[in-house]
Design a protein around this ligand. Structure first.
Ligand code: T3P
Length: 125
């Protein structure tokens, strides 16, 4: 299935909650957003900014995607508020147990389609 903006929103957008380092955030959000079904997704980033702010990155600096090597990635010109969820080594499916880390970083996302919108989270730096 082709990655879509809807998938991107489900997995990576959390505009309404402020960045918060409550340690239970990732365990709760990874489950609620469907990323612990069948297996535990290992790494996932949530962005605490509006869809308008994230969509605008599709017209910012273009670069090669690290994961796909395609040339449709874009790096945010500003840093954004994000939370990174990382599966703990001790975690055993179906008990997906994550570390929650807040930060402010540039993000790199892939955009696709017409309209040209975010479809994949590539990296943060
Ligand atoms: P998706 O393509 O559905 O956005 O790279 C594999 C997945 O890991 C990819 O899912 C994005 C996700 N990921 C993050 O969410 N944050 C990161 O910092 C990295 C490296 C990957």
């Amino acid at each position: 299935r082709k990655p879509s903006a809807e998938e991107f929103k489900r997995q990576h957008m959390d505009p309404d909650s402020p960045p918060n380092s409550r340690p239970t955030y990732c365990n709760r959000m990874m489950r609620r957003q469907g990323m612990t079904k069948g297996s535990c997704k290992r790494v996932n980033t949530f962005v605490h900014e509006s869809w308008a702010t994230v969509k605008a990155i599709c017209s910012q600096r273009q670069m090669t995607c690290k994961t796909t090597r395609r040339n449709n990635c874009h790096k945010s010109s500003s840093t954004l508020h994000i939370t990174e969820c990382r599966l703990k080594g001790s975690s055993k499916y179906p008990n997906c147990d994550y570390t929650t880390t807040d930060s402010q970083k540039h993000i790199i996302i892939a955009c696709d389609g017409n309209p040209y919108v975010p479809v994949h989270f590539d990296a943060s730096e």
